[in-house]
Design a binder for this molecule. Structure first.
Ligand code: DGJ
Length: 379
């Protein structure tokens, strides 16, 4: 039992959670509501760290990124706000800016914790369309802002080049043979956003960062007015882009990217673009991180009324349990835009049918649903 102090000063027992119950109001070990929306989970040295958007009652009340720590994914200790907004006028992180979808990676080479997020400047709505990156020495922070800007300014994606460049273009060895490379004409309206992005930096809204087994990390972001996803390689220290990037899911208007890898293939679950309202998810697959990505299906199983709204949720991240085989947790948000702080979490496990991920709603579950590493060894 944890001991909670309630408002009249009397201590109360907070019972330990024994299951993950999607859609319920989740409490931390002190009995306070957990607020870590559109988040990510990182496993580090025996602990799960959950980072997410701290939200107040209204959409504008958002003090920064909150973190929690757990050993069982059910009982969470509040670590406080690990990336804070400031009250300094003109500061990039001045209260009023927007920080969404924070994702944290541990960089094995530098020993640093790197957070990437969607960033919007104060008072400018969702117009600036930037990414932010912050760094910390420890998983519990504090994180310090490194930069907030638009990515890949002055660089064309490898699979979409101006016609004059295509003429002498060498396909880079990292681009899959099956990848179509299109030639773009500056007067073609379909590519206006991409061309503007070349000049000003590409738009980056919903995003995630994902670390491959070889330690390389990639940034997936909805670009070109959320019409097309970009996939960009990160530098070895995970603090910037290398300039290698491609366009994916062209014109499909997908957001909320969540990535995982299984049996050497890359998978992506995305949502449609309908603001805070839920819509059908889509599972995409590719043999290479660079694509081409193929649509598979909406992974949610069940009644159409629920699958078409993804069980009233939108993806945030897919977390794979270290050392386990096929143990993936799909973290999603059930948004309540009228009182955003009351948004709920929908965490479900991925199952596999015909090699494709499916999601069967479970009212309650815990880590015992997965086969422990020792039992699956050698199978
Ligand atoms: C959908 C995005 O996925 C959320 O992160 C948020 O940006 C909302 N749109 C805002 O409408």
């Amino acid at each position: 039992m944890f001991v909670a102090v309630i408002s009249n000063g009397i201590s109360a027992q907070v019972p330990r959670a024994t299951a993950i119950v999607s859609g319920e109001a989740w409490l931390d070990s002190k009995g306070n509501r957990i607020t870590a929306h559109a988040g990510s989970v990182l496993f580090h040295e025996g602990h799960f760290y959950w980072y997410g958007e701290r939200r107040g009652k209204t959409i504008d009340e958002q003090p920064g990124v909150r973190a929690y720590r757990s050993t069982d994914l059910m009982n969470w200790e509040d670590l406080g706000t690990v990336l804070s907004k400031t009250t300094t006028p003109g500061d990039t992180l001045e209260v009023g800016c927007i920080i969404e979808r924070p994702k944290v990676l541990f960089n094995r080479k530098t020993g640093k914790f790197i957070m990437w997020f969607h960033f919007e400047d104060k008072g400018r709505g969702y117009g600036p369309a930037k990414y932010g990156v912050a760094i910390a020495d420890a998983p519990q922070g504090p994180f310090t802002l490194v930069r907030a800007e638009r990515p890949n300014k002055g660089i064309w994606p490898a699979n979409a080049q101006p016609a004059e460049m295509i003429a002498s273009y060498q396909r880079p060895e990292w681009l899959p043979e099956s990848m179509r490379i299109i030639s773009i004409d500056a007067s073609d309206k379909r590519y206006k956003r991409l061309i503007d992005g070349f000049n000003d930096g590409q738009e980056a809204r919903d995003q995630t960062v994902w670390q491959d087994e070889d330690g390389k990390a990639y940034h997936f972001y909805s670009s070109e007015m959320n019409g097309t996803m970009h996939i960009a390689e990160l530098s070895e220290d995970y603090l910037s882009h290398t300039g290698k990037y491609v366009r994916a899911l062209w014109g499909q208007s997908r957001e909320a990217p969540c990535v995982f890898k299984r049996n050497g293939r890359y998978y992506l679950i995305t949502s449609g673009c309908t603001g805070w309202a839920p819509n059908p998810a889509m599972l995409h697959v590719s043999d290479s991180i660079w694509g081409p990505w193929k649509d598979i299906h909406n992974p949610w199983q069940g009644e159409e009324a629920m699958t078409r709204v993804s069980f009233e949720s939108q993806g945030a991240m897919i977390f794979s349990l270290p050392n386990y085989k096929d143990a993936f947790v799909f973290l999603s948000d059930r948004w309540r835009p009228k009182q955003i702080s009351d948004s709920r979490y929908v965490w479900q496990i991925l199952e596999f049918k015909d090699n494709h991920a499916i999601i069967n709603w479970r009212d309650r579950w815990d880590l015992s649903v997965f086969t422990p590493p020792s039992a699956s060894d050698g199978k």
